[in-house]
Design a protein around this ligand. Structure first.
Ligand SMILES: Nc1ncnc2c1ncn2[C@@H]1O[C@H](COP(=O)(O)OP(=O)(O)OP(=O)(O)O)[C@@H](O)[C@H]1O
Ligand SMILES: [Mg+2]
Length: 482
């Protein structure tokens, strides 16, 4: 449901869909590393802030402890003052000694505990003689000579009040007060001073530090990210172009293997065709001579005519096989392709029949390329013938236009029909020698056309048209390989 709402939002905000496409490796890298940088900045900032906060509190605790002990020693505060706190002289003495601490900024409350954990002096006289503390454990540790600092939340803070503290929270420092003695290490603890201070100033310092830290880490992160992103896209594009080169090399290799295979096959097929052709011509001639004999019966004449017809069909097939080998030998010359197409259409009309409509959309201006005209004519002838066979009563459209293939400039000669096209099974075998779905077809037309295209550094493409019918095209480079 949420995803749907988000998609709706995206659509409503008309964010281009490709912006949201994270499937390309550089984009994925960018998003993952940005998320990582943000997480790193936030986590580092927060852990550093906690660390600095604790360090500052520890440092302040030591300073407060030094100050409290210095004041106590200056005013010669003794254990007796702490015990007899209710005496007026002791109260004055304690107030003189510890009173100046309330001048510290952010002070909320000062409490001085004697060894009995009773408050011997406080800036809040109402607390005198009580044992008010929420941190008895820390107070005990302070009585044993440790300096402790604790945080009072709004709920646990009982020390807010007299100094008009702006926050309900406080940082409470428990520091031991030692008796005045030359040898400090053996001095006994005579009481504990508890100082509650507002954390506002500290929080502000931490916040400023945190912002500074985030800015520094953020800027460093962005610089690092930009450098890494550049490096990544560079490596990625290099890898892509290497892959592309490899694919091209593989395609060229396949191309050469195919050429060699077709050449070898052409040689074998034409050798067989030659061997068959001579006796076949003999069979046809002898049948014709025998047919002319007036003494033979009508039945024999019919049989001889059938032999001659089969012989002619067979010879026709053999002639087509011989063309496969012709394609292996090419004699390139500079040819104007518009003329070549017009000649082929005329030849087609002469041989197959004038009643078929073949239209030609010529290219603007002369198209001169270096090809073997006989071979190109042969390939085009087969495309036209196939197109007519696919839809005999419908017009066939030929077009010639400049086109680029794999970044190379060239020309595409296309033949489009209005037949029923071809299915996936046929598509896979279109260029396989001897593959045919037609009665009387050799299945060599397209494989020879492909062979011819390859010989000229070009390609043949077959596609079904969206409105029905098929388009077969031969693409030839402007500058053909020698
Ligand atoms: N325009 C087309 N529309 C639909 N299918 C086609 C078309 N052209 C070719 N084909 C399919 O491709 C097969 C192979 O064509 P190809 O020209 O190689 O041989 P063929 O036409 O069957 O025989 P040949 O050309 O040797 O007389 C055809 O049998 C047919 O199934
Ligand atoms: Mg054909």
């Amino acid at each position: 449901m949420r995803v749907q709402i988000m998609l709706e939002f995206v659509r409503a905000a008309s964010i281009p869909q490709n912006m949201l496409n994270v499937t390309t490796p550089p984009r994925l890298f960018a998003i993952v590393s940005l998320v990582m940088i943000i997480v790193m900045v936030v986590v580092t900032g927060l852990t550093q802030a906690l660390f600095f906060r604790q360090s500052i509190i520890d440092r302040e605790s030591v300073i407060v402890s030094d100050m409290a002990n210095a004041l106590a020693h200056e005013h010669l505060i003794s254990a007796a003052d702490m015990e007899n706190y209710s005496n007026a002289s002791a109260t004055d003495h304690l107030a003189e000694g510890f009173g100046p601490i309330s001048q510290l900024s952010g002070t909320q409350r000062i409490k001085v505990f004697n060894r009995n954990y009773t408050i011997a002096w406080s800036d809040d006289s109402g607390m005198l003689g009580t044992k008010q503390t929420t941190h008895i454990g820390d107070l005990t540790r302070a009585m044993n000579g440790e300096i402790r600092a604790v945080f009072n939340s709004e709920e646990t803070n009982i020390n807010t009040g007299s100094h008009g503290s702006p926050t309900p929270e406080s940082i409470e420092i428990y520091t031991p007060i030692f008796e005045a003695k030359q040898d400090k290490s053996s001095a006994a603890v005579i009481g504990v001073l508890s100082l509650s201070r507002s954390p506002l100033a500290l929080n502000q310092t931490i916040r400023d530090g945190l912002y500074l830290l985030w800015t520094v880490i953020g800027v460093t992160g962005i610089i690092l990210f930009s450098a890494l992103y550049k490096l990544f896209t560079l490596v990625y594009s290099r890898q892509k172009s290497a892959e592309l080169r490899f694919t091209k090399l593989t395609a060229e290799h396949d191309h050469i293997v195919q050429l060699e295979k077709l050449s070898a096959m052409g040689e074998i097929v034409s050798e067989i065709a030659h061997q068959i052709n001579n006796p076949l011509v003999g069979v046809i001639n002898l049948a014709q001579i025998a047919e002319r004999d007036p003494e033979i019966s009508a039945k024999t004449r019919r049989l001889l005519a059938a032999i001659e017809k089969s012989g002619v069909e067979c010879s026709d097939f053999v002639q087509r096989l011989l063309r496969l080998n012709q394609a292996a030998r090419s004699e390139p010359q500079l040819v104007e392709v518009n003329d070549l197409v017009r000649d082929t259409i005329a030849f087609f009309h002469q041989t197959i029949g004038k009643h078929h409509t073949v239209t030609f959309t010529e290219s603007d201006g002369d198209v001169m390329i270096n090809v073997d005209p006989v071979l190109i004519r042969h390939a085009l002838f087969n495309f036209i013938h196939n197109a007519i066979l696919a839809a005999p009563d419908k017009p066939v459209v030929i077009s010639l236009a400049a086109d680029r293939h794999e970044g190379i400039s060239g020309y595409r000669l296309s033949v489009t029909d209005r037949g029923s096209g071809f299915d996936d099974k046929v598509a896979k075998q279109l260029f396989k020698p001897f593959f045919t779905t037609r009665q009387g077809g050799t299945g060599l037309g397209l494989s020879v056309a492909q062979f011819i295209a390859m010989k000229h550094g070009g390609v043949v493409r077959a596609e079904n048209m969206s409105g029905g019918g098929a388009r077969f095209s031969i693409w030839l480079p402007s500058v053909t390989k020698p």
